[in-house]
Write a protein that binds this ligand. Structure first.
Ligand code: GRE
Length: 331
């Protein structure tokens, strides 16, 4: 399929090359190649987009990125640097690249102001944040965005009418030491990423974020971070047990997945799982993505182009849903 839109696509600052190589050493078989690919925006990436039928890429800063910076001032300075860098890189390619703002999430007002700057000054299409914000040197303390102190930030997302992508990050501090270090091969895509994001987004549901901000649009990757598979069970426990016990979110989990939450195919190229998600949460809520360069264009596009879906469904998931969500006109 030509003209696909992809929206969980990472870049990093050239000055972080060494740091990225270290990270790639944990997650990429060829760390040098990965690092070349993630720093590049205008050359290797565009060639791959042309070769594999990706018309438009929405870029975002790599994980854990700014969410790992525990000093609030330093975190915001890095976010601003990243946003200025990517704006400069993509400005000559309005038909090929968009960007999601990188934000320091120490302070809801600061995050809101930087998001507003990126959307109004640079035309960025939303924000992407890497799960919780690290809040101390040890990594034991982290900030979630599901309590009312974050309402000012969510209000800004809905005022600007831009989506917020909740992307995974790695566990830190005592959580890393106790839960994950003894079973280190489960850190990242095999398990910890999905657990982190599903805890966070379900926290937003149960703590009433979507009730207070009914127009808020949140995207999660990896075919929904395990939640679609569990939807029946979550719904059953919310409606039949937790609500009678006092859970006071106004709507059902299915309602939030119908009206507030989108999922992408990033890093999850399974036809049976995609078909299951279409049946469970409908094709209207699903968006094609790659997760480059942690995943390859070959794997993502090779799979998606060959998937046996009805043509209209394939176009909606591959392009039209994202074009509508990000208001990309008739791209
Ligand atoms: C990411 O998307 O940021 C990521 C990692 C590490 C492994 C896989 C992955 O940071 O998708």
């Amino acid at each position: 399929m030509k003209g696909k839109i992809a929206l969980e696509e990472a870049f990093c600052l050239p000055r972080h090359e060494e740091k990225q190589k270290w990270w790639a050493g944990l997650f990429a078989v060829d760390a040098e190649k990965h690092t070349r690919e993630i720093i590049d925006i205008q050359k290797i990436r565009l060639e791959k987009m042309d070769k594999f039928g990706v018309g438009y890429t929405i870029l975002s800063y790599t994980a854990p990125g700014v969410q790992d910076v525990y000093d609030a001032k330093e975190a915001n300075a890095l976010a601003v640097e990243v946003n200025d860098h990517v704006a400069e890189q993509i400005k000559g390619y309005p038909d090929r690249f968009g960007a999601l703002a990188t934000l320091s999430m120490h302070d809801p007002n600061v995050a809101a102001a930087e998001l507003r700057r990126c959307v109004t000054q640079y035309g960025f299409l939303g924000a992407l944040v890497n799960d919780t914000q690290r809040n101390d040197a040890s990594g034991d303390s982290m900030i979630f965005y599901d309590d009312p102190s974050w309402d000012v930030f969510w209000q800004t997302c809905t005022d600007l009418d831009v989506p917020f992508y909740l992307h995974p990050r790695n566990p830190t501090g005592v959580f890393m030491d106790k839960l994950w270090a003894p079973r280190k091969w489960l850190v990242g895509p095999p398990l910890s990423f999905a657990q982190g994001v599903s805890l966070h987004i379900l926290g937003m549901v149960t703590n009433g974020v979507f009730d207070r901000h009914p127009k808020l649009k949140v995207i999660i990757g990896h075919l929904g971070e395990h939640i679609p598979f569990d939807l029946w069970r979550i719904n059953h426990w919310f409606e039949d047990v937790k609500k009678p016990l006092g859970l006071d979110c106004k709507r059902t989990i299915r309602d939030y997945f119908r009206d507030n939450i989108y999922i992408t195919t990033s890093g999850h190229f399974s036809t049976p799982t995609l078909k299951y998600c279409i049946e469970e949460i409908t094709e209207a809520r699903i968006l094609f993505s790659i997760d480059y360069p942690f995943e390859s264009f070959e794997d993502a596009c090779g799979w998606y182009d060959g998937v046996d879906l009805e043509e209209g469904t394939k176009k909606r998931i591959g392009r039209d849903n994202a074009a509508a969500l990000f208001k990309l006109g008739n791209f």
